[in-house]
Every structure is written in structure tokens, then in C-alpha cells.
Design a protein. Structure first.
Length: 70
């Protein structure tokens, strides 16, 4: 598997998980006492997803541009 395939898989998985979380929030009733915990978990999940996507897409593209300049 090359780097472009990895990026594609990460993008699809990230998008799929995000959609599942949003759909799940609409269809499943979250008890009032668990809403704060759910907000924390979703915030962490979004942060981790952003970090992974930034690493794979941002860092790789910057490296490719630097190699082209050299």
C-alpha cells in the first residue's frame, strides 16, 4: 500500500466515523447525566481525527513540495 492509498483510506474512515457519530446522535437518546461525558468524548474524537488528518495530508504535501524545490 502506498502513501496515496493510505491517505484515501484515512479520509474515508474519518468521514465515515464522523457521519456515524452525527447519525447516532440523532437516532439514539443520550441520558441527561451522560451528556457532559459525551461532549468530552466527541471533542476528543474530533481533535484526534483532526491531528491524524493534518499529519497525513499536511505533512506529506509539504514534504513533496520541498522535494520538488530541491
Amino acid at each position: 500500500m502506498n502513501s496515496d492509498q493510505t491517505k484515501t483510506y484515512i479520509a474515508y474512515i474519518t468521514l465515515g466515523l464522523s457521519v456515524l457519530v452525527v447519525v447516532g446522535l440523532f437516532f439514539f437518546n443520550v441520558p441527561e447525566k451522560n451528556k457532559d461525558l459525551l461532549n468530552i468524548v466527541i471533542g476528543s474524537l474530533i481533535g484526534w481525527t483532526g491531528a491524524v488528518v493534518s499529519f497525513y495530508f499536511g505533512n506529506s504535501e509539504q514534504n513533496k513540495e520541498k522535494k520538488r524545490e530541491l
